[in-house]
Design a protein. Structure first.
Length: 177
């Protein structure tokens, strides 16, 4: 196991062993919480499908589960460019921080040699690239969120109602009109 200590804050003053044990405890806590949420959700889905299958048949829960799995796969596929946009955003943020840090370190030289115009163009160029990517990424995130909301809330509710109605009318043939 590789653990790299980097001084980002003042936690290393207490000693690396203390920091490592705190991080390990925090990692274990987060892992247990994630496992609890995933297992709890899967157990709830399994119990719901089992009970629903007992009362109206297996077709409705299977169709609804299949629809939700297909929606999840489609949304994961749609989110892939989002991770690339996030990586580009982090790279451009690092580039902007580097440019500003370099300018701060060499402020006297820039002023002495009258390089304000060139440095201003460099900083504004880095900032412009970051702002442009941020605007594009925000639009993409809003589109994915809209599709996610429509598929997982609205369309899933309609599919659920149709599945329940078909199962209900199949078991009560006199009510189908």
């Amino acid at each position: 196991m590789l653990y790299r200590l980097t001084r980002v804050d003042d936690r290393l003053k207490e000693g690396p062993q203390h920091t490592i044990s705190e991080d390990a405890a925090e990692f274990a806590r987060v892992l247990v919480e994630l496992f609890r949420r995933v297992v709890s959700s899967l157990a709830n889905i399994a119990i719901y499908c089992y009970r629903l299958g007992q009362s109206i048949g297996v077709g409705a829960p299977a169709a609804l589960s299949g629809f939700l799995l297909a929606c999840g796969a489609a949304l994961n596929w749609l989110r892939r460019p989002g991770s690339e946009i996030m990586a580009q955003r982090k790279r451009l943020q690092g580039e902007l921080q580097h440019v500003v840090g370099r300018l701060s370190a060499a402020a006297e030289e820039v002023s002495f040699y009258r390089g304000e115009g060139a440095e201003r163009a460099t900083v504004l160029g880095a900032l412009g690239r970051l702002v442009g990517l941020h605007q594009m990424g925000s639009g993409f995130e809003q589109l994915v969120h809209f599709l996610e909301t429509m598929l997982t809330k609205r369309v899933a509710a309609m599919v659920g109602f149709v599945c329940m109605a078909r199962a209900f009318f199949a078991y009560h043939p006199g009510m189908s009109g």
